[in-house]
Design a protein around this ligand. Structure first.
Ligand code: KG4
Ligand code: ZN
Length: 354
């Protein structure tokens, strides 16, 4: 069973060929450098670049997997959440390929892709029945540019949000903090690199919603304001922002942002009323080594097994995770027969996996 999967939800044009949890190819053509000068993703530019690049990316994915369109058993695509006009490009292409090849069409929720991304395996194909692949009930963690969620995984395909952000997502907050420091976009990875050489205690920042963890929400907008104030304060005091100041500030921002996330996670792990043994984490921000260490530590404290994607290429947006999620739908024959009914759903929630 082979799936050709496509994701154009944001600024990565991505296609992959998967065989359940085995990834045969995973092609990602990032547009990040083109959006950098705007300090964020420009939807109209994203759409245009997806249109220009999608055929190349799909052909490359098929080529890398050593197969042709006629060899795949289904075509899968992200239908949401994401940028409406960007999602549309992938959906239109997937419909076209599904019709052309006469292969079933599978609609996938991008967040489900991130949740299941740690199931990807190199090498052998995993054909176990799905309930053995994932130890459910479990928890999923998604930290990305658009989402900060802790999710109950009742089983693959059945999810419930336990905690989410009320304003910015963690990745969005890191990107904005990097911008305030005059660094590039996307800022998360740049901030991480600088923070490694910084002292997080030099310019401490408040931890959002400290003491209110039981509300089970995330909020990063207040931290952003404190950060701006702190940058001003340091600049005025030192007459300039030295390279070391930038590193110290980057470390402080990460420290507060991650502490907030970990404190809420710790609260949830201490209070969940269902039996959980495993946690599955994914999303662009999980590529951050410090965040992973802190997640690992809190899981250890609660005696839980944590799963992260095995390669950096499965953290950020990619189509391999979409193909992987689609594999479980293929097993259950969850195909969409009336393609006219398939539409982008920019605000699709994980509770309403298609
Ligand atoms: O999952 P993703 O590629 O796209 C969305 O679905 O949003 O996540 C992108 C986010 C960006 O905010 C980016 O700054 C952040 O992930 N990111 C990181 C790192 N690498 C990417 N944040 C912190 N540390 C990193 N190493
Ligand atoms: Zn994503």
């Amino acid at each position: 069973m082979r799936i050709l999967a496509i994701d154009t939800s944001c600024d990565e044009t991505a296609a992959a060929v998967t065989e359940y949890t085995k990834i045969l190819s995973n092609v990602i053509w990032s547009q990040a450098s083109l959006h950098a000068k705007f300090g964020g993703v420009l939807p109209s530019l994203a759409k245009r670049k997806h249109e220009e690049r999608i055929d190349f990316v799909i052909n490359k994915a098929l080529q890398n997997a050593k197969c042709r369109l006629s060899d795949v058993d289904a075509v899968a695509v992200t239908i949401g959440p994401g940028l409406a006009i960007a999602l549309e490009v992938g959906i239109r292409k997937a419909k076209e390929l599904s019709k052309k090849s006469d292969k079933p069409f599978i609609a996938v929720n991008h967040i489900e892709g991130h949740i299941l991304s740690s199931l990807a395996k190199s090498g052998v194909s995993n054909l176990q029945p799905q309930d053995k692949i994932l130890n459910s009930p479990a928890l999923g963690i998604v930290t990305s540019g658009g989402h900060t969620e802790i999710i109950r995984i009742k089983k693959i395909g059945k999810y419930e949000i336990l905690a989410q952000t009320t304003d910015d997502a963690l990745g969005e907050a890191l990107d904005k903090a990097a911008r305030m420091l005059g660094l590039g976009y996307p800022g998360g990875a740049i901030l991480e690199k600088l923070a490694k050489e910084g002292n997080s205690k030099k310019y401490p920042l408040p931890i959002p919603l400290l003491g209110q963890e039981k509300r089970m929400i995330f909020s990063y907008s207040g931290l952003k304001t404190s950060f701006l104030r702190k940058i001003d304060e340091v600049t005025k005091k030192n007459n300039t922002l030295s390279p070391q100041d930038v590193k110290d500030l980057a470390a402080s921002f990460q420290e507060s942002a991650f502490s907030h996330f970990i404190r809420v996670l710790n609260y949830i792990l201490g209070h969940i009323e269902f039996n959980v043994t495993d946690i599955y984490a994914g999303g662009g921000v999980m590529a951050n080594a410090l965040l992973r260490k802190r997640v690992r530590d809190v899981c250890k404290k609660h005696n839980l097994k944590i799963h992260f994607p095995y390669s950096k290429r499965f953290y950020g947006d990619n189509a391999a995770m979409i193909g992987l999620a689609a594999g479980f739908k293929y097993q259950k024959k969850e195909f969409i027969t009336d393609l006219l009914k398939v539409q982008r759903i920019p605000n699709l929630k994980i509770n309403d996996v298609p």
